[in-house]
Design a protein around this ligand. Structure first.
Ligand SMILES: Cc1ncc(COP(=O)(O)O)c(C=O)c1O
Length: 444
């Protein structure tokens, strides 16, 4: 049957899905991944720096998992169904890990649920917390996939709160203010819409902004007062940049403070936290995400919607075993920070050479950089052309700005963890050469 004929067999939703790619860089990513750079075998190859994966630490995790599966018999429960929030013993291991390494406060295992990655946690959370047509407010720029994860099944709308235009505005200030929330509240109310959820990512994707305790407290109080759910996505909580060794401007340190501490203090039904092992633990393929909330009804609803999102028991068991071992965890987390910082520093030093403004990241895998000076047209088309031109000329595939919903055109995300350090060096060298040549052409 032809593709166009088979459309008629689908629902309206199905037709939309069949014609709308989940990511605009999916196809080109496959192309770049099939032509990976290798200094010996493929010196002209590509660098897909667009997907948020941690390739700096993957071998350590692989070795660890190999050891666990070699030295331990698989327990009987692994082959059976388990609790819909995740195996209780594994949840206890995860709660203990979160207390010690992430949250700095007591976490009870019955306040957490496990789903197949953060994406599944996001989808199930929006389904349980918001009604059709409700609005989730997110400071822009932000993670493109929130749109589908929040909205596809729940029909919840994403509202991108524009917090700044130029990067320098947030390099010296807060990403979001109470005044901007008030304004958004009034604007949505005037349109007959319900501001239902405030979603913060900390450290942020793509800026690497880290919210401090005072900012989180202010936002939490505002949300509780307005009966708005506040969710903090801490998927990059242990992927912090050691700002003291980065010699860039505006690199003042911000201590990471988990939202869980505040949740524990305020004990509100409106505050929730997301986590996943995909990034900090370089295991995006294992699919294990965590929701934490003190709202009992939310956790109960989450449990009942979680059936199609369950994490395989084999994965739960392996991750539970991995988290038991503090002699592995402590050095792993320290090494992750060291390697992230090393790669981050390399990228910003190259950006400085070509005078490309960037946000001084405090965590995450990203540098959010402003290439707008190179746009031929300051619109989406111009941005796409520049993105493709960089790829065609250098083999370096960045994440296009378009899905991040930021008002300024020409900003791209560079994932500095996507390739080994030595390969990143080559990719940055190619990029600086490309832009220096363009500058030269301009001045000739
Ligand atoms: C902010 C954020 N949330 C969620 C996800 C999805 O994570 P997972 O692979 O665990 O579904 C990502 C992945 O890039 C992310 O950056």
């Amino acid at each position: 049957m032809s593709m166009s004929k088979s459309f008629s067999t689908l629902s309206k939703r199905g037709n939309n899905l069949a014609t709308t790619p989940a990511r605009i860089d999916s196809e080109i990513f496959i192309e770049a991944s099939q032509n990976l750079y290798c200094p010996i075998e493929n010196p002209n190859g590509s660098f897909p720096l667009n997907i948020a994966e941690n390739h700096l630490m993957a071998s350590k995790i692989k070795d660890r998992i190999t050891l666990i599966t070699k030295n331990n018999a698989i327990p009987d429960w692994v082959l059976n169904y388990t609790h819909l929030l995740g195996n209780p013993d594994v949840r206890m291991e995860i709660a203990t890990f979160m207390e010690a390494y992430l949250c700095g406060c007591p976490i009870s295992h019955d306040t957490i649920g496990l789903s197949a990655g953060a994406s599944a946690v996001i989808e199930a959370s929006s389904f349980v917390l918001a009604n059709t047509g409700d609005v989730v407010v997110i400071p822009a720029p932000s993670y493109p996939m929130y749109t589908n994860d929040l909205g596809l099944k729940s029909d919840v709308t994403r509202y991108d709160l524009q917090t700044h235009y130029d990067i320098k505005e947030i390099n010296s200030g807060s990403l979001i203010s109470i005044a901007s929330l008030e304004q958004t509240w009034d604007e949505l109310k005037a349109q007959g819409k319900r501001f239902k959820i405030l979603l913060i990512t900390s450290p942020d994707n793509p800026t690497g902004y880290r919210y401090n305790e005072t900012e989180l407290k202010e936002l939490a109080h505002w949300c509780i007062e307005h009966e708005v759910h506040m969710i903090v996505n801490e998927i990059y909580a242990l992927s912090l940049i050691e700002t003291s060794v980065v010699t860039s401007k505006n690199n003042e340190d911000v201590t990471f403070s988990s939202f869980a501490k505040l949740m524990n203090e305020l004990k509100s039904d409106y505050l929730h936290l997301w986590y996943a092992f995909s990034k900090d633990f370089a295991m995006s393929g294992l699919r294990i995400g965590v929701v934490h909330s003190l709202n009992e009804a939310f956790i109960k609803g989450f449990e009942n919607v979680n059936v199609p999102h369950l994490v395989s028991n084999l994965t739960q068991w392996v991750v539970g075993e991995l988290l038991k071992d503090n002699t592995f965890l402590k050095p792993y987390i320290a090494e992750n920070k060291l390697r992230l910082t090393h790669s981050y520093k390399l990228v910003i030093e190259h950006l400085e050479k070509i005078n490309v403004p960037y946000y001084s990241s405090k965590g995450s895998f990203f540098v959010w950089a402003d290439f707008s000076q190179y746009l031929e047209e300051k619109n989406d088309e111009g941005e796409k052309q520049l993105w493709l031109d960089i790829y065609k000329n250098t083999g370096v595939l960045l994440t296009p700005g378009i899905g991040f919903m930021h008002q300024k055109k020409g900003c791209f995300r560079i994932v500095f963890t996507a390739v080994p350090f030595e390969h990143l060096e080559v990719s940055m060298h190619r990029m600086t050469t490309y832009f220096s040549n363009r500058n030269q052409l301009k001045s000739d």
